[in-house]
Design a protein around this ligand. Structure first.
Ligand code: G3P
Ligand code: MG
Length: 346
């Protein structure tokens, strides 16, 4: 690129390759950036010896707030500008389910945030566990709503409502109460609270925004995640009804999430960099073999060898063990991951 005197040199953008980043355990841990993450982002934005910019997107299984809100937070944490056009979280693809169901139960997250997210996706009638406890506080013997929760919950007559589907958008803040309510619905006649099915096969379907059994938070050791709640719920349903419960999970490693990410990246490269052709390689940097490496490897097989998995040692995966799914490369941290991709390219 030609630069005129007085203006800083403009870096060119590569159309050959791109990056996709997992967030927890790669860029952020317990709300704080992983030290190398900020420099890694600078590198992608042109501060590298090749003087080029490399397009990138974020694909996290996390959630619990709107994409917009999460991007504002991520921009501050990583000292760059992150746009919803380059961001997918666990529940983003759930927006495609909004048309299909009438009344739905949305579980997880702080306060009313997930209700706001679901309504933003176009879900027509969103019930939360708080609404159910407000209507009948005997639902959860050991959980009383706080004054604020009571105020924010909606008054409904559940004897007239059929809940058609259950969506776990984010981690439950109260496993006991939320599981009781989900079980009540699963054992009901057609999603009507207060009823009991004779066969236990006419309850609503349950969707989880991802299936991570553990994840990397501020504690040194991994913490239980939504996949653990899913396992627990399936085991309880079996114990109480004697029947198998089949639930569905979105997020990584589902192929659909990687297809969604491919479309997002294509649009992002087009809108912000004017690139029309697909990249030869997408480097996916993740910390969880079961979600990030597995999904990338499986999707790679379907996408003519364009996705390349890089595992870092800053999150769920720790040195000394053999990852269940083998990445193309394992490096110490996200900065090394970015360097690894760049070195492969030149
Ligand atoms: O709850 C979030 C967690 O399970 C994983 O997030 O960014 O590592 O996909 P991430
Ligand atoms: Mg992660």
């Amino acid at each position: 690129p030609v630069s005129t005197p007085g203006t800083p040199p403009r870096s060119t953008v590569t159309d050959k390759y791109a990056y996709a980043f997992d967030i927890d355990g790669v860029l952020i841990r317990g709300g704080k950036p992983i030290p190398e993450a900020i420099e890694a982002m600078k590198m992608l934005n042109g501060e590298n010896s090749y003087g080029i910019k490399i397009p990138y997107i974020f694909v996290t299984n996390g959630g619990g707030k709107t994409e917009q809100e999460r991007c504002i937070q991520l921009s501050q944490q990583l000292e760059i500008e992150v746009s919803p056009g380059q961001f997918i979280c666990g529940h983003t693809p759930m927006r495609e389910m909004a048309e299909k169901y009438g009344t739905v139960l949305v579980v997880g997250g702080e306060g009313e945030k997930c209700r706001v997210v679901a309504e933003g996706y176009g879900f027509k009638d969103v019930v939360t566990p708080g609404d159910i406890i407000k209507d009948n506080q005997d639902t959860t013997p050991f959980r009383k709503l706080t004054e604020e929760e009571y105020k924010n919950s909606r008054s409904r007559d559940f004897s007239k409502i059929n809940i058609e589907a259950i969506f776990v958008f984010a981690d439950s803040r109260d496993w006991a109460g939320d599981q009781q309510i989900i079980l009540d619905l699963l054992m009901s006649k057609n999603g009507q609270l207060g009823t009991r099915s004779e066969t236990f096969d006419d309850g609503p379907p349950v969707f989880f925004s991802h299936n991570d059994v553990v994840w990397s938070a501020s504690h040194d050791l991994t913490r239980l995640g939504m996949g653990a709640l899913r396992l627990s719920l399936e085991a309880m349903f079996k114990a109480v009804t004697g029947k198998e419960l089949n639930t569905t999970a979105f997020g990584k490693p589902q192929i659909g999430t990687f297809q969604f990410a491919t479309r997002l990246l294509q649009q992002w490269r087009k809108d912000t960099h004017g690139i029309d052709s697909p990249p030869d390689t997408v480097y996916f940097v993740g910390d969880t073999p079961e979600s990030d490496v597995r999904g990338t490897n499986e999707f790679n097989k379907q996408s003519e060898n364009t996705w390349y998995s890089i595992l870092v040692r800053t999150g769920v995966y720790q040195e000394g063990t053999k990852p269940k799914f083998t990445p193309k490369a394992t490096v110490d941290n996200v900065l090394e991951a970015v360097k690894h991709g760049m070195e492969r390219e030149y």
